[in-house]
Design a protein around this ligand. Structure first.
Ligand code: UDP
Length: 312
């Protein structure tokens, strides 16, 4: 297949590009590099079947030749990044989704939208099933990500219903692994880097909020399975093993054998109190479930950051 991956130089995008190159696909990786880095695709950039184009997909996209699949993964995704780039985040979820859907329609290509568990907001139902409509503050600081992804889902469904476009929507829950940026502000890179340098781990609030962390390789296998189906409605891909943030901090201190202590800081506004995917639909529809245990995935991620203590 000839595949366009937007956001292909980001954390998830780069793992996806690598995996698709392995499958023998030809990849066009498009990224504006505002929160990503070309070094993420260094293992595939010299492959004959890989092309990088620096472009902001919120602007019109031109691709020569045929395309079989458009994978729209471009967006700042860490709360710190999307709060730093609020307008670009809204634009890539709205204009970027419109441009990529229009391109898929023009090329008669299949389409996959990378959406997010953030569409459930601070959920009132637990665990979250795809049928839950969510509890999002439409004007709070996080709305720039939540609402742009909710709009992106609505636009994708409209292209599916109105134009018969062959679309898929994946709701991605917290994912971690090598190539997260050290300074992206998310909890796993923060805690690992704090622990490795024996600094205090910054737990926001009292640490009783929960998240459910999926290792990147499992997440990417879920995307590949979804690409092979024609299931058009949103599908959760995540790991249902739920931890409090305090538990996560303790596990990371133990795995890094660190002297670090835990410090408490203010909880960001609208920080979801719980988050856990119900993955029964993914299990039924794709036969997919995550394989990597949290500790096993964290050890690989710790090894990655150990080699990059001086990075940003
Ligand atoms: N968090 C924390 N300390 C940090 C970074 C994050 O306690 O240094 C908390 C954050 O408040 C949230 C959870 O960890 O409750 C996950 O945050 P992250 O930014 O990784 O992603 P989110 O799931 O909020 O998008």
């Amino acid at each position: 297949m000839r595949v366009l991956v937007t956001g292909g130089a980001g954390f998830l995008g780069s793992h996806l590009c690598e995996r698709l190159v392995e499958e023998g696909d030809e990849i066009i990786c498009m990224d504006n590099l505002i929160t990503s880095d070309l070094s993420n695709v260094s293992s595939v950039k010299d492959e004959g079947k890989f092309t990088f184009i620096k472009h902001d997909v919120s602007e019109k996209i031109k691709i020569e030749g045929d395309l079989d699949f458009v994978l729209h993964f471009a967006s700042p995704a860490s709360p710190v990044d999307y709060l730093n780039h609020p307008i670009k985040t809204l634009k890539v979820g709205s204009l970027g989704t419109h441009n990529t859907l229009g391109l898929a329609k023009a090329k008669d290509a299949k389409y996959l939208l990378a959406s997010t568990s953030e569409v459930y907001g601070d959920p009132l139902k637990h665990p979250q099933k795809e049928s839950y409509w969510g509890n999002v503050n439409p004007v709070g600081p996080r709305c720039v990500y939540d609402e742009s992804k909710r709009f992106a889902e609505a636009l994708t469904m409209a292209y599916h219903r109105k134009h018969g476009l062959d679309t898929r929507i994946v709701r991605i829950f917290n994912t971690y692994g090598p190539r997260m940026r050290k300074g992206d502000g998310r909890v796993i890179p923060n805690f690992i880097n704090q622990a490795l340098s024996n600094q205090q781990l910054t737990v926001y609030g009292d640490g009783s909020q929960t998240r459910s962390f999926n290792y990147v390789d499992d997440e990417v296998e879920g995307f590949l399975s979804l690409m092979k189906t024609d299931y058009p409605l949103p599908l959760n891909i995540g790991n249902p093993v739920e931890k409090t943030i305090l538990e996560l901090a303790e596990i990371i201190i133990e795995l890094t054998d660190s002297e670090s202590k835990i410090g408490y800081e203010k909880l960001p506004e609208d920080d979801p109190k719980t988050r856990c995917p119900d993955i029964s639909l993914a299990e039924e529809t794709l036969g997919w479930r995550p394989k990597t245990d949290l500790r096993e995935g964290l050890v690989k991620t710790i090894d990655y950051f150990k080699g990059r203590l001086d990075s940003k």
